[in-house]
Design a protein around this ligand. Structure first.
Ligand code: ADP
Ligand code: MG
Ligand code: MG
Ligand code: MG
Length: 400
């Protein structure tokens, strides 16, 4: 294969054509670049005559948001392809099918999921997803259990740890989630009306202590192969189907980080409801739907992870009475802390969420931002004492 260069639309079409069994030999394909991220090109290649289509995702050697001044390893494309292939094996049907990956071109050719909608947008448009809690708890339990030391022998696990060393992408998380929001960093970005709220974060040494512990866990706790960026913009959804995309941040880290990412994004959507659901009675229902989803995700994850463990646990000592309860309780605590950290960074840090930023009225937006910060900081402060998912829901409900 030729050396690395960003693909043109014509080259994307040529590569798509070479994938066996998708397009007719004489098909006239069209390509559109549809990437909405900052780091990658995404080509949608299709045959208008048959509606057959493919997605080509190619990593760029720099972050688009700041031009070429922020170089970023192309190895993340290999990590993304390999993670998708492994996730498909462990949690069939919950990720896009990978057809081809080319590590020189930093390219993944995959199933087109355009019949799904990105969950963040679906939620903003008022969508409800009755299968989501079941699907995402399956994805979490299966991908995390079978890559952990509970479900994989130590030698194989160490091999996976080595394949998924991802220092540059982890560094982004370490800085943007566990450092910048807690100091007056030039990477931060927030509305002027949040100056005092940001200052309060910067001055709160009890909060910093908890964030330092969470950061230490992120840096050192190689518990399972994480997705690493599991927000509602990394999930394609319909009422019947869930597909997790974009695992370029995958690495061996603490399980609660992936679970917390889901909770954080549902909670920010909850915090933004004054705008998205103006009618008060409907808003109460909408918020109850979101908290029930969180409750169902935790219950499903807890039950399925334990079942997998009881049926497939690879060693004796981890069957010691009490150990499983202790382990699951630690995952819950971590999920609280990481959820909180993921909320705080989306309000004052570099990268925000549309659920909140797209609220046009500054006063309503400010309320959603402050509500998010109240929930996020409470979760961080509670994390080591958390014992039940109901506490997380209570924190969200009493912050409104
Ligand atoms: P990034 O890492 O740059 O955020 P994503 O993998 O999240 O890239 O993809 C960016 C966008 O490209 C998605 O929000 C979606 O609109 C589109 N996209 C990505 N993968 C697919 C796919 N398999 N099918 C259809 N659209 C996709
Ligand atoms: Mg994106
Ligand atoms: Mg993405
Ligand atoms: Mg990405």
């Amino acid at each position: 294969m030729s050396s690395y260069h960003p693909l043109t639309e014509a080259e994307a079409i040529e590569i798509a054509k070479s994938v066996p069994g998708v397009f007719n030999a004489d098909a006239k394909l069209v390509s559109r670049e549809i990437g909405d991220g900052n780091l990658n090109l995404v080509f949608h290649v299709s045959d208008p005559a048959t509606n057959a289509s493919l997605i080509l995702k190619q990593a760029l050697p720099y972050a688009k948001v700041v031009g070429e001044s922020w170089p970023l390893t192309l190895d993340r494309a290999r990590i993304e392809s390999e993670a998708l292939i492994l996730q498909e094996k462990l949690a069939p049907g919950l990720v896009p099918k990978v057809y081809v990956n080319d590590n020189v071109l930093a390219l993944t050719v995959m199933e087109d999921l355009s019949d799904h909608v990105i969950m963040r947008r679906g939620l903003i448009e008022g969508g409800t997803y009755p299968k989501f809690a079941e699907d995402i708890s399956d994805f979490l339990a299966r991908t995390l259990f079978f890559t952990s030391d509970l479900g994989l022998n130590q030698q194989e696990k160490k091999g996976l740890v080595r394949s998924f060393v991802n220092p540059e992408l982890c560094k982004i998380t370490e800085d943007l989630i566990f450092d910048d929001p807690y100091t007056n960093s030039p990477n931060n970005s927030f509305d002027d009306h949040l100056k005092e709220d940001a200052q309060a974060l910067w001055d709160d040494s009890d909060l910093h202590f908890e964030v330092a512990l969470l950061r230490e866990k992120f840096l050192t706790h190689a518990q399972a192969l994480l997705h690493g960026d599991l927000h509602t913009g990394s999930i394609f959804i319909t009422p019947e189907s869930t597909k997790v995309i974009d695992p370029e941040f995958a690495f061996y880290g603490p399980i609660g980080f992936d679970i917390g990412a889901i909770f954080a994004n549902l909670l920010m959507h909850y915090a933004a409801q004054e705008h998205w659901t103006p009618d008060e009675a409907t808003r109460r229902d909408r918020r109850a739907y979101l908290t029930n989803t969180i409750r169902d995700i935790w219950a499903g994850f807890d039950r399925k992870f334990r079942e997998l463990w009881n049926e497939n646990g690879v060693d004796r000592i981890s069957r010691t009475p009490g150990y499983q309860d202790d382990y699951m309780n630690r995952l819950l605590k971590d999920a609280f802390g990481f959820a909180g950290a993921k909320i705080v960074r989306r309000i004052v840090g570099l990268s925000h969420v549309a659920d909140i930023d797209k609220i046009p009225d500054a006063a309503v937006r400010a309320k959603a931002q402050r509500l998010s910060l109240a929930i996020g900081t409470s979760l961080i402060k509670r994390n080591r004492n958390a014992a039940s998912i109901e506490e997380l829901i209570g924190i969200a409900e009493s912050a409104v």
